[in-house]
Design a binder for this molecule. Structure first.
Ligand code: NAI
Length: 506
């Protein structure tokens, strides 16, 4: 297969430039490496050569192919050497002034038809293009680290980018074995924008003292099905990368409440507790292994009280069946008997509010998160209110742990952990659709490939019920009076018909 761009220049041969050079070479292009740091391009070329040799040794690449790749990966002596490139991709330092002057310089060297692309993750493509005489030939080409493994690339159209250029870059991405998604030039593009919900909401929950880092990670992994908890993820990405992204998107969106960063990460960044790479982040690392605090033991309860379930509990019939399977003595009266444990299962509301509104005895009231079907989870989450008696809390904990499923008991908060985080993710994704940043289909692709979520955010909304998500958001807004929970108009309109329907529609 002939590559769409015969000769490709890569400026900046650090982690990203190197990865892009690898897949462009493998796609059949002649790739020219250029870096201002002495010896950096040679080092990148050598490292890639060694990588191909290793693949040959493992039998995953033919020796002739490796030799062919190596012959097509060359070091440029300077920018002038890129004059014959059909495409130049920049992956240098993340500074608007430096990127602008690089492209202005490049434009004086390359012919009019050469396509120019930036791998920026946070700067405006339109702002970089302002330095160019021909901004229509310029686009964002945002790859993820490590490039060969992260198979998605955002093709970002600035205000003046031509449709031909973005279509061509998408086709070339496919030739390199990547999946392209098309994004409008907006802060964070798709992936970094859609990714705002997970960490920021989890940080918010910690800052309220609802649960600790490790508990939130456990809940989001085992109840909601995420591969990594938000704090494990931040430790992996490192706060010197993720906190500035949070700040940048918040500021670029003129302090939109949905993206508000947390003082927790600001302080930890200032204190150098960056994550895995510094040996300490939210977790401590010993020989690269996270030291995870033990879970509280399941209490031993000698006399289990009878259980009464609120008639307004969500998934009430499933909850009653679950209690029956757990061997609970279930009360069926209109109200709870004086000794009964009272179970509520609200969406969005906190346990205190529910106890007050439903006129329940708060001392005996415990909440359970029933947003997700119990059969689909590996963990149950209970919440107490400030008045809950410890014997009632222990009884609920022991009862719901009877079949061996893990149980977390958290403090009172609107929406538990999973409801808050999922509703926030779905809401932000809906707003991306509302703004027309990309198609719903590209949003789902970008998030599953770029963030590794178990489902695209719109499919997630559909799985847990768009009306449930809306109810969580409306009630969170009531509980917190915070505009961050204001449902996107897109979500409100789609609530009744499903979110991932009509994928092709903007
Ligand atoms: P890096 O620091 O590993 O590499 C940057 C390279 O560019 C260095 O070798 C440096 O010598 C060279 N360089 C700096 N200024 C230059 C100039 N004016 N001309 C030529 N070479 C120059 O950085 P990394 O991580 O590879 O990131 C590069 C770009 O990719 C940044 O814009 C970053 O925002 C973007 N990006 C980074 C991701 C990541 O996870 N590291 C993910 C997506 C995008």
């Amino acid at each position: 297969m002939k590559p769409l761009y015969k000769t490709v220049g890569i400026v900046g041969t650090g982690a990203m430039g190197r990865g892009i050079a690898q897949i462009a070479t493998q796609a059949g292009s002649l790739v020219k490496l250029m870096d201002t740091q002495a010896g950096a391009s040679e080092k990148a070329r050598e490292a890639l050569g060694e990588q191909w040799d290793k693949l040959v040794a493992k039998g995953r690449l033919e020796a002739a192919q490796a030799a062919d790749h190596k012959a097509r990966l060359v070091v440029a002596s300077g920018l002038a050497d890129l004059a014959d490139c059909d495409l130049v991709i920049e992956a240098i330092v993340e500074r608007l002034d430096v990127k602008k002057s690089l492209f202005a310089e490049l434009e004086a060297i390359v012919p009019a038809q050469t396509v120019l692309a930036t791998n920026t993750s946070s700067l405006s493509v339109t702002a970089i293009a302002a330095a160019l005489k021909h901004p229509e030939r310029f686009a964002g080409y945002h790859f993820f680290n490590p490039v060969p493994l992260m198979k998605v690339v955002e093709v970002i159209t600035g205000l003046k980018t031509s449709a031909t250029v973005s279509t061509e870059l998408s086709s070339y991405a496919r030739q390199m074995g990547h999946t392209p998604v098309q994004a409008q030039d907006t802060p964070g593009f798709i992936v970094n924008h859609a990714g705002r919900g997970y960490g920021t909401e989890a940080l918010r929950i910690v800052s309220e003292g609802v649960a600790d880092f490790a508990t939130i990670d456990r809940i989001l992994r085992e109840q909601a099905g995420f591969k990594l908890g938000p704090f494990e993820l931040m430790d992996l990405t490192a706060l010197d990368v993720s906190h500035p992204v949070m700040e940048s998107i918040y500021q670029q969106y003129y302090e939109e409440a949905r993206y508000r960063p947390s003082v927790i990460t600001a302080q930890r960044l200032a204190g150098g507790m960056l994550g895995r790479k510094t040996g300490e982040g939210f977790y401590r690392y010993q020989d690269g292994v996270a030291q995870i605090p033990a879970e509280p033991a399941i209490p031993v309860v000698h006399e289990m009280p009878p259980v009464w379930v609120s008639p307004r509990a969500s998934r009430r019939s499933e909850l009653l069946q679950l209690l029956k399977d757990l061997g609970a003595k279930i009360e069926t009266g209109q109200s709870a008997s004086p000794n009964a444990l009272v179970i509520v299962a609200p969406l969005g509301f906190d346990i205190t509010t529910v106890a007050v509104v439903e006129r329940l005895d708060p001392a005996r009231t415990v909440g359970i998160d029933m947003l997700i079907d119990d059969a689909a989870t590996k963990r149950r989450v209970l919440a107490t209110n400030p008045a809950t008696r410890s014997d009632m809390r222990d009884a609920a904990h022991a009862l719901f742990a009877r079949d061996g499923k893990a149980v977390s008991v958290i403090r009172d908060s609107g929406g538990f952990v999973t409801q808050r985080v999922i509703a926030t993710i779905v809401n932000i994704a809906s707003d991306i659709c509302q703004q027309g940043i990309c198609t719903p289909k590209d949003l789902e692709t970008a998030v599953t490939l770029g963030l590794g979520y178990p489902l695209g955010p719109l499919a997630m909304g559909d799985r847990y019920g768009p009306t449930n998500i809306l109810e969580v958001l409306f009630n969170l807004q009531t509980v917190y009076g915070d505009p961050r929970y204001r449902p996107s108009p897109w979500l409100r309109r789609r609530g009744a018909i499903g979110l991932s329907l009509m994928h092709e529609e903007r």
